[in-house]
Design a protein around this ligand. Structure first.
Ligand SMILES: [Ca+2]
Ligand SMILES: [Ca+2]
Ligand SMILES: [Ca+2]
Ligand SMILES: [Ca+2]
Length: 296
């Protein structure tokens, strides 16, 4: 006989059940952390309740590379490419049960439910940061550390670690007091948004030792004054229209929710309107290095 029970109803039934009846399901993942392994083609999210020896796992078959940008993605649960499975075991399982190429043969599966309907929704929040010492500003103004692109290198200021494209990293152009960034020539923009920091008519990027030199900081003719790009008396130049390597960090949080889930076993069906699986902070935390193309 097939029983149709909502999880809520089932929880009520269980809480009134203390006479040793056989309990097939507890479906309690309240304290369990959402965990993750896998990658494109096989993204696996799972929760384990070690006390009641049960697990719920969501496998997503998308071959897309996820977590590098913010997005909200929906996946139809179908039992083949996108799988939800709920299981109880003879004893608690560990992460290897979901993450190893060859899953362990023990413990024994007591009951097994497969998702036959529902939608898994993945909320991805990716934070990009150049860690250049300038705090993020929610603005499109190219003079602010936001979405504007001061040097037109394709990287918005908030994750461009050389905002003015002069091949001196922003963090090296702020000076001792980031609240009041350095302005060597005392004119126009502060140094990290100034392509000619000493106002000598030669772009900072050009105040180097050769056409291939991408580091103006180590060209110092007069050590008493400092690097040539901060010395208006020195105008030795080589045309360098290339950018140095840039680095920024991506840190991503992922939240998973399942809606209208139908779990089916041989003898029973469990439905749940909304199942919040939880959040994984820092599911991705990686540095990206690239060399921006020089604009025409
Ligand atoms: Ca830029
Ligand atoms: Ca920046
Ligand atoms: Ca710079
Ligand atoms: Ca100079």
């Amino acid at each position: 006989m097939k029983k149709y029970l909502s999880i809520l109803l089932f929880t009520l039934v269980l809480s009134g059940c203390d006479d040793g009846d056989i309990i097939l399901t507890s479906f309690d993942f309240g304290d369990a952390n959402l965990e993750f392994c896998g990658g494109p083609g096989d993204y696996v999210f799972y929760k384990i309740n070690t006390q009641s020896a049960e697990s719920i796992a969501v496998q997503l078959g998308t071959t897309d590379v996820l977590f590098f940008e913010s997005d909200t993605l929906s996946f139809a649960i179908n039992g083949s490419s996108n799988i939800v499975s709920y299981r109880t075991y003879s004893e608690a399982v560990g992460s290897e049960y979901f993450c190893d190429n060859i899953p362990p043969t023990s413990p024994e599966v007591i009951s097994s439910y497969l998702g036959t309907d529902g939608t898994a929704i993945l909320f991805i929040t990716a934070l990009l940061d150049d860690n250049d010492g300038v705090p993020f500003v929610n603005s499109f103004d190219p003079m602010e550390e936001g979405f504007g692109d001061f040097d037109n290198d394709g990287l918005p200021n908030f994750y461009d670690d050389d905002d003015d494209g002069d091949n001196v990293p922003t963090i090296a152009e702020l000076g001792d007091d980031p609240e009041n960034p350095m302005n060597t020539d005392g004119e126009d923009n502060v140094d990290y948004l100034d392509e000619d920091d000493d106002n000598d008519g030669v772009l900072t990027r050009y105040e180097v030792g050769s056409k291939k030199d991408l580091n103006p900081r180590d060209n110092i003719l007069d050590p008493n004054v400092g690097p040539n790009y901060l010395n208006p008396a020195v105008t030795i130049m080589f045309v360098v229209d290339q950018f140095r390597v840039h680095t920024y960090n991506i840190t991503t949080d992922a939240r998973l929710r399942i809606e209208n889930l139908v779990l089916t076993s041989d003898s029973e069906q469990i439905t749940q309107q909304t199942l919040n699986m939880g959040t994984i902070s820092g599911i991705l935390n990686t540095d990206i290095t690239l060399t921006p193309e020089f604009p025409d």
